[in-house]
Structure formats: C-alpha cells, structure tokens
Design a protein around this ligand. Structure first.
Ligand code: SF4
Length: 234
C-alpha cells in the first residue's frame, strides 16, 4: 500500500529552507573535516621528512580521535604504518619530556620487555616480574644496576598486565616503557589513560627472544632531568 505524503510538507517554504540549510551546513562541515584531515596528513608528512615537529599539541589529540581517517590519508601521502606509529611515539615523548625531566628519579620506573633477555636466562618469574640474576648473558644485567643505583624502580615484564599491577602498587609519577612499536603504543596509551608521564624507547628489533636495544639511548633518556649522565660501568 502506498503511503500518501501530504503535499503540504513539500509546499511549506519554511520547512524547505530549514532542510536546505541543514544540508548545506552538513556539506560544509564535511568539506572542512576533509580539509582538516588532509592538512593533518601534510603536517605529519612534513614533521617526519624534516625531522621537526609541527603543531604537536594539535596533532596529538587529532591522531587519537581520528586515527582511522588520519591513517588513510597518511597512506595516500606515502607514510607507512611503521613511520606513523614511530611518529606517534615521538610526539608523545616530546610532549611528556618536560614533565619527565621535572619528576624526581625516585618517582620514576623503567619497564623492560622480557624479550631482551638471553634465551638461556636463568632468572625466574616472580609476582614483580623477572628478577635479573646478572648472569652476564644479556645487557640487562649491566643496565639495571645503573638505573637502580640512580633511584629508578626497574621491572622486566612478561606482559602489560604486570605494568598495570606495578603502576598500581608503586605508583610512580613517570615511567619509561621499552618495547616494540605496537607494545609501546599500548604502554603510552596506558600512560595517557592513567595520566602518568610516559616516555617510550623502541627496541632495535622485534621478536619474542634476544631482541636488542640501544642501551646508550635508554640511559640518555633515563638521565633526563638528572644532574649527571648515566652510563654503563666499564
Ligand atoms: S643478565 Fe639477567 S636478564 Fe639477562 S639473561 Fe642474565 S639473568 Fe637473564
């Protein structure tokens, strides 16, 4: 059965104007949104290629809220997923830098992933992560004492659940998360969720065992805001 629409609906000039106006507003908003996403993509491209951050305070929330659309425009502009993820970590690090520097070292924690260990690591898993026995099979045994002597709380984590538990148990005010790009993105997101200053340091290679890290870069990051530069003991 056909439904009869009263002709008066189409003949009502006020209603027609309102519908037309709403349509125009929606179209303008859509065009502005597309332009905004394109500009965001271009700013990300310039930031990556010129190694200089443009408008990080605007880009960071846009990246969080409109991640899907930004990802599409970035891929059209030739930015691959790894570059984009690295950029997101860099932007977070840059925005958290000042607050990290101001945090006393005794209120900071470092979370290492267990994949940095040797495949023959003799350390056991405890409720506070893997406790290094400094066996000399990997460099965690060298770097952890340096960090702990400086005042850091250090954990070797088998997964992100431990990070959440330790952050609750010893609420540090700032943390350094070490890991592959995807894991690090999650750690930074956790930091944002719980309003904790978080700095990410990316491992040199991904994997489940015997991955690698630029330990000098890590110590350089850990030294931020300290009076001296932390370094491995000779
Ligand atoms: S140095 Fe520590 S973490 Fe590395 S393999 Fe030995 S016990 Fe495991």
């Amino acid at each position: 059965m056909l439904v009869e629409i009263p002709v008066a609906v189409f003949d009502n000039p006020v209603l027609n104007s309102i519908v037309l106006l709403l349509g125009e507003i929606a179209l303008i908003l859509l065009i502005l949104w597309v332009i905004f996403i394109i500009v965001t993509g271009i700013l990300i491209l310039l930031s990556i290629r010129r190694k200089k951050m443009y408008f990080p305070r605007i880009l960071r929330p846009v990246l969080s809220i409109m991640q899907g659309a930004v990802r599409v425009i970035c891929s059209i502009l030739g930015i691959d997923a790894v570059e984009l993820m690295t950029f997101m970590i860099t932007i977070d690090n840059q925005m958290n830098l000042h607050s990290f520097e101001k945090t006393p070292v005794t209120n900071r924690a470092v979370f290492f992933p267990q994949c940095l260990r040797s495949a023959e690591c003799p350390a056991h898993l405890t409720t506070e992560g893997i406790i290094c026995r400094n066996c000399g099979r990997c460099r965690l045994g060298e770097v952890i004492p340096v960090l702990e002597d400086a005042g850091y709380k250090v954990f070797i984590c088998p997964g992100s659940t431990l990070i959440k538990r330790m952050v609750k148990k010893y609420p540090p005010k700032a943390m350094i998360g070490v890991g592959g790009l995807t894991d690090l993105k999650d750690v930074l997101e956790l930091g944002r969720r719980i309003s904790m200053t978080t700095i990410g340091v990316v491992t040199l290679k991904d994997g489940c065992v015997e991955t690698d890290l630029d330990y000098d870069k890590l110590l350089e990051t850990a030294s931020l805001g300290l009076s001296g530069h932390l370094s491995l003991k000779k």
